[in-house]
Design a protein around this ligand. Sequence first.
Ligand SMILES: C[S@@+](CC[C@H](N)C(=O)[O-])C[C@H]1O[C@@H](n2cnc3c(N)ncnc32)[C@H](O)[C@@H]1O
Length: 262
Amino acid sequence: MPSQLAHRPVTPVALVGAGPGGIDLLTIRALRLIEAADVVIHDRLVSGDILALARAGAHVIAAGKQGFGPTTPQEAINALITGHALTGARVVRLKGGDPVLFGRLDEEIAALEAAGLPYEIVPGVTAASAAAAAIGQSLTQRGRNSGLRLLTGHDMQGFADHDWRALAHPGEVAALYMAKRAARFVQGRLMMHGAAPDTPVTLVENAARADERILATTLADWPTDLADAGLDGPALTFLGLAPREARARIPQTTPLTRQELA
Ligand SMILES: C[S@@+](CC[C@H](N)C(=O)[O-])C[C@H]1O[C@@H](n2cnc3c(N)ncnc32)[C@H](O)[C@@H]1O
C-alpha cells in the first residue's frame, strides 16, 4: 500500500449496491464512490463495465461467492475490507443489486464495527425490481397482493424452508433469489399445500442486462421447462406473476428475449 495512504484520515468504507448489472442502473452516488476508490472489492455479479469505472491504479479485487460453487470465505472478505480500510485507503465493497438483500452485509458490518471502522451503505436496484420491470409487472397490485415476499431458494442448510401454506394462496406473489436449483423442491412444497398447478412462474435471467431472457411457465411445468431452457446466468424467479405481454402465450418453454416480448 502506498505510504501516503497510511496518513490519510479513515474515510467510511462504502458498502455499495451495483444494481442488477447494466451500468445505467448504477446510482450516481455509487458511481462517484467507485471513481474515487483506492480499493474496490467486488462480488461476481458486478459487471466488467462497472468495474471499469474504477480509476487507473485502483486495486480491484474479486471476492466472489457462488451458490454451490467456488467461494471466497466470508472471513477472508472481511479481512480484505478491514485490512485495506485500516491503511487509510478509500474502500468500496461493491455488491450486485442492493447490498441489504442476500448480501451477507451484516457480517461485513460486524467486522467493520469490531475494527472500529466507520461505514456507509449505498442502496442499489435489486434483482426483483429489475426483473419486474423486464416483465412489465408491478410487484404489488390492489386486489391481488398487498405484500411481496423476497425469499432465497437456499440457505446455509440447503434448500430454504418458508411458509409454504401462505405462499400457496391464490394471488400470493414472491420473488425468489438463488432458486434455480430449488425449483423441484419449491414446486413440491407448494403443490403439497394446495397451490394451483397453473400458478404462473416466471424466471428472468440476467435482468436489466443485454442478454436478459425470460422464461414464462406454470408451477406444474416449472422444473421441466427450466431444465429445457438451460439458463446459466443469475435468475430471479417470480411465483404468482406472469409477464404482462406474454400472458396469452403461457406456458412458454422457450425463453423470450426482450424484443420478443415487446
Ligand atoms: C446473492 S443474491 C444477491 C442479490 C442482490 N443483492 C440483489 O439485491 O439483487 C444473488 C441472486 O440474485 C439474483 N440476481 C442478481 N442479479 C440478477 C440479475 N441481473 N438478473 C436476475 N437475477 C439476479 C439471482 O437470483 C442470484 O442468484
